[in-house]
Design a protein around this ligand. Structure first.
Ligand SMILES: C[S@@+](CC[C@H](N)C(=O)[O-])C[C@H]1O[C@@H](n2cnc3c(N)ncnc32)[C@H](O)[C@@H]1O
Length: 313
């Protein structure tokens, strides 16, 4: 169905949430529109969102991955050439009725399938960022290690793309001896300037700098610790992002005014953070209750409520 969505709300209010099925909505959005897509599709057989058009309850893992690839093909089209896609997705253990040709108790293998499928689709696979869950849920299982992480995948479309390196407080600065050792040969003395934002292309020569108080900073690594379930906005959604991780991803990959997309927007965490950081936001959400929650959360940020209800209903 060809539907034209009213994107004027993105200019007027800073955001729009569209109530609909991700693939169908994306097909009706213009190309080269968004700078960053940050999203988390429903995990395979993790949760039943109770809608026939939901992603995640497919009969086989292969069908799930194919459905995701159709969606990320459209994300490729709506993403600017120098844009970035972040995907939070995870595996599931084979048990009960969960489909998958692996032994009971084994991971089904969703992550390797997803990674290979994205590579076959010409995405450039830049990072597998680990979200370390500071306060992971207790698990009753006693014959393996307790799970404490989820990945956020970072993909880009081309070799050169927009990126602001992110910094964090460094534990300590290596001594001169350590710095002259081959491993640290390109480390300079900390700069007197504050942490600079470098937009665009190329490797940064120095990996040490300081904040305004002279504290040493180092480039952020690909493990980010964040607690789950502590952000107030998502108390009624089952699987919200932690806002602190989304802050980092948005700062790294966009500038104020850019459009950020979340094509499975749930409670609207990506939108809340985007609006707080003076970006604009487009969210897509299938389930009406979550759509209303995301709208409410985004409107609380800008003081304006707007709607883009499901077409044909
Ligand atoms: C893992 S949750 C996203 C949570 C979100 N990151 C947050 O911070 O609240 C996935 C969401 O995708 C929605 N969803 C499932 N199938 C969909 C589809 N085909 N199109 C759009 N949204 C869908 C679900 O209703 C659910 O809210």
């Amino acid at each position: 169905m060809n539907t034209v969505y009213d994107l004027s709300q993105v200019d007027k209010c800073g955001y729009t949430i569209i109530n609909g099925e991700s693939l169908e909505v994306l097909r009706n959005l213009p190309s080269n529109l968004v700078q960053v897509c940050i999203t988390s599709p429903p995990y395979f057989w993790q949760r039943d969102y109770g809608d026939v058009n939901q992603i995640g309850m497919e009969k086989t893992p292969g069908k799930y991955i194919r459905n995701l690839m159709s969606i990320f093909d459209e994300v490729w089209r709506v993403l600017k050439d120098d844009g970035t896609l972040y995907v939070n997705i995870d595996d599931i253990y084979k048990h009960g009725k969960v489909p998958g040709k692996v032994p009971i108790k084994s991971y089904i293998g969703i992550l390797p399938m997803f990674e290979l499928a994205m590579l076959r689709k010409r995405w450039i696979f830049r990072n597998r960022i680990i979200w370390h869950k500071k306060n992971g849920l207790p698990e009753s299982v006693k014959d393996r290690f307790v799970k404490r992480h989820e990945p956020f995948y970072m993909f880009v479309k081309q070799r050169y793309y927009m990126h602001n390196p992110q910094y964090q407080r460094a534990a300590s600065i290596p001594s001169i001896r350590e710095r002259t050792h081959h491993k640290y040969s390109d480390i300079k003395r900390p700069a007197k300037t504050s942490c600079q934002s470098i937009q665009g292309v190329g490797e940064q020569k120095s990996i040490w700098t300081t904040d305004n108080n002279g504290n040493p900073l180092s480039r952020m690594g690909d493990v980010i610790s964040a607690a789950i379930g502590t952000d107030k906005h998502a108390s009624t959604h089952m699987a919200p992002f932690p806002q602190s991780i989304i802050n980092t991803l948005i700062d790294a990959s966009s500038r104020p005014g850019d459009i950020i997309l979340d094509c499975f927007c749930g409670s609207g965490t990506t939108g809340i953070v985007a609006l707080e950081r003076e970006r604009r936001f487009i969210g897509i959400e299938l389930v009406e209750q979550s759509y209303t929650l995301a709208n409410q959360n985004c409107s609380d940020k800008v003081g304006l409520f707007n709607t883009n209800p499901r077409k044909g209903t």
